[in-house]
Design a protein around this ligand. Structure first.
Ligand SMILES: *[C@@H]1O[C@H](CO)[C@@H](O)[C@H](O)[C@H]1NC(C)=O
Ligand SMILES: *[C@@H]1O[C@H](CO)[C@@H](O)[C@H](O)[C@H]1NC(C)=O
Ligand SMILES: *[C@@H]1O[C@H](CO)[C@@H](O)[C@H](O)[C@H]1NC(C)=O
Ligand SMILES: *[C@@H]1O[C@H](CO)[C@@H](O)[C@H](O)[C@H]1NC(C)=O
Ligand SMILES: *[C@@H]1O[C@H](CO)[C@@H](O)[C@H](O)[C@H]1NC(C)=O
Ligand SMILES: *[C@@H]1O[C@H](CO)[C@@H](O)[C@H](O)[C@H]1NC(C)=O
Ligand SMILES: *[C@@H]1O[C@H](CO)[C@@H](O)[C@H](O)[C@H]1NC(C)=O
Ligand SMILES: *[C@@H]1O[C@H](CO)[C@@H](O)[C@H](O)[C@H]1NC(C)=O
Ligand SMILES: *[C@@H]1O[C@H](CO)[C@@H](O)[C@H](O)[C@H]1NC(C)=O
Length: 498
């Protein structure tokens, strides 16, 4: 009952906050001039060619090769993925035909610099130059993420990756190569994908998939998660500072960081759950966003974690503060937050005394359509962190990979969430772009059976044939100026009009 009341309040404010009668009818022209629409992939999930042309393993290769083979004789890995490494021209052509303004990709560190530090791999360098040139010549703006979770295995073996401050220099040197070699083409850089999820979900530590449910982290989780996050923030700041000193004048680009965002709402209307929800926002969002704006962690996090939380020196604080030209928001769904009264573990979940409970029928890989969650996140960032420029770098819906091409559920999701972005922009958020996840079905590590693509990829076909789903046709029509209306989506039952 309390939930229903709460929802009612949300929907009321939602209705009052909009200017037109049907918030779900809009077209691309309703967005501000210069707003970009794109789609995204990441290196390990798209490229394949895992041991070709001098690439060495990243921690992802190691993780997925360690999973026992299934009945078909092979475990799911990104060894081949979509074979984007060889098929990039074909894929850029599909992006062009779809009408994408922009494309988000990441650079495989161990393809470019196979041992993490030291010599650059000329074939890796050539691949990224070719890919970026191909995008540019088709008028598609590249948004490049330097690190999408794929730490070179050598650095993991040598010093434990993000646990050690040695990562700061190695990463900054890797970024230096990227800025120098690609910076004439690339104007939008994100340093690290989801530092909060990597630190708190466990994957950045190189041994676990990035899920908040994963409860075992290497070593002492009461300190290591915070050390990993701290090193990611310092690494980001060092990289952004390098760009400002050495490249910004010439290249005129911008450097941001991304943040995985759940929108979080109290499980009940109890005072305890309300306070737990604020703590969860401080821990999960604030631990990344607060230092970038104020140069330090949120007060509540400092109080609760105490000496186990690394502190910023004055110099570090100055470097981290204002080090992000934009925030890359990654958003899929909403979580309930409930006050946690007893927990024996000492980790981030028990530190914040809050547990995350899936909202409605959402699961880790399949989401209810709750667009007000994205509005909540964007309003929260606007109000609490000085309304920075925002790019939504991931948002999308999964579906059973083997079901039909007629992905009506995905169309409904995208329609609703892009509408939510428009509402937020009209309500003052400085959001400047939207990147759907993902351009095609990728190697998805949480559950390979659930994929997010606008294009279906037949992974059983040696040619890895790509076929447009209904969502690809819908997005393409939207990008070409077609008005999208939830009324029509509902009444057509499917988007067969296309
Ligand atoms: C619109 O902005 C106001 C002021 O920041 C905020 O209170 C409100 O929650 C926002 N509404 C939505 C629907 O995001
Ligand atoms: C983990 O570190 C904390 C703080 O340094 C310490 O109190 C605790 O005993 C350690 N736990 C283990 C299992 O080593
Ligand atoms: C730098 O980029 C901004 C937008 O990001 C643009 O308005 C400006 O004209 C650019 N300046 C130069 C010198 O290219
Ligand atoms: C933050 O940095 C930008 C340049 O990246 C600068 O234009 C702006 O004035 C700075 N803001 C503050 C509050 O220091
Ligand atoms: C968290 O729960 C523990 C155990 O119930 C309690 O000792 C502690 O005070 C709580 N902290 C907060 C911030 O609620
Ligand atoms: C996916 O869909 C196929 C065909 O409809 C079905 O056989 C399979 O059980 C579904 N798998 C999952 C994981 O839902
Ligand atoms: C994916 O589906 C296959 C066949 O339906 C099944 O064997 C496998 O366990 C599923 N994978 C996961 C991660 O659920
Ligand atoms: C995928 O490719 C395999 C092998 O070429 C083929 O047998 C199968 O019919 C294809 N599946 C779909 C859904 O197109
Ligand atoms: C885009 O829309 C225009 C009309 O506004 C139409 O002439 C053109 O064929 C459309 N292009 C595509 C690729 O659908």
């Amino acid at each position: 009952m309390e939930h229903i009341l709460f929802l009612f309040t949300i929907f009321l404010s939602f209705a009052f906050s909009t200017r037109c009668n049907d918030v779900y009818t809009y077209s691309k022209k309703d967005f501000p001039e210069g707003f970009v629409f794109g789609s995204a992939v990441s290196a390990y999930q798209w490229e394949g060619a895992a041991d070709e042309d001098g690439r060495k393993p990243s921690i992802w290769d190691t993780i997925f090769h360690s999973i026992p083979p299934n009945d078909a004789g092979k475990g799911p890995t990104g060894d081949v993925a979509c074979d984007g490494y060889h098929k990039y021209k074909e894929d850029v052509r599909l992006m062009y035909d779809m009408g994408l303004d922009a494309f988000r990709l990441s650079i495989s560190w161990s393809r470019l610099i196979p041992s993490g530090r030291g010599p650059v791999n000329p074939k890796g360098l050539r691949f990224y130059k070719n890919l970026l040139d191909e995008l540019k010549s088709h008028g598609i703006e590249p948004h490049v993420t330097l690190y999408h979770d794929d730490l070179p295995q050598t650095l993991e073996d040598e010093y434990g990756g993000w646990f050690d401050r040695k990562i700061i220099d190695d990463f900054t040197a890797f970024a230096d190569v990227c800025f120098r070699e690609f910076g004439n083409t690339v104007k939008f850089w994100s340093t690290i994908n989801e530092p909060n999820m990597l630190a708190f979900g466990g994957s950045g530590l190189g041994i676990k998939l990035p899920t908040p449910q994963t409860n075992s982290y290497r070593g002492n989780s009461s300190t290591n998660q915070y050390i990993a996050l701290h090193n990611m923030l310092l690494t980001h700041a060092s990289t952004a500072s390098l760009y400002k000193k050495k490249y910004k004048d010439k290249q005129n680009g911008s450097v941001g960081i991304t943040c995985f965002t759940y929108w979080m709402v109290p499980f009940t209307s109890s005072k305890e759950d309300e306070m737990a929800t604020q703590r969860a926002k401080d821990f999960f969002l604030g631990s990344v966003l607060h230092p970038l704006v104020f140069g330090d962690y949120p007060g509540s996090v400092k109080r609760i974690v105490g000496k186990r939380l690394p502190s910023f020196s004055k110099e570090e604080s100055d470097l981290v503060k204002n080090s992000s030209d934009f925030i890359g928001v990654i958003h899929y769904t909403i979580m309930y937050i409930a006050h946690l009264t007893s927990s024996t573990d000492q980790d981030f979940v028990s530190d914040m005394n809050a547990s995350l409970i899936p909202f409605g029928n959402s699961t880790l890989v399949k989401y209810d359509v709750l667009p007000w969650g994205l509005e909540g996140v964007l309003a929260y960032i606007k109000e609490n962190y000085g309304n920075p420029p925002v790019y939504i770098l991931e948002n999308g819906q999964s579906s059973n990979h083997s079901s039909s091409l007629n992905d009506v559920g995905r169309v409904e999701y995208l329609h609703a969430y892009i509408g939510a972005v428009l509402n937020s922009v009209r309500n003052g958020s400085d959001t400047r772009g939207y990147f759907q996840w993902s351009f095609m079905d990728l190697f998805e590590f949480l559950d390979p059976n659930y994929t997010y693509g606008l294009y279906y990829v037949n992974f059983s076909d040696p040619e890895l044939k790509r076929s447009p789903k209904t969502s690809a046709l819908w997005y393409s029509a939207f990008l070409n100026g077609t008005t999208s209306s939830s009324h029509e989506l509902k009444n057509s039952g499917s988007f067969s009009a296309l």
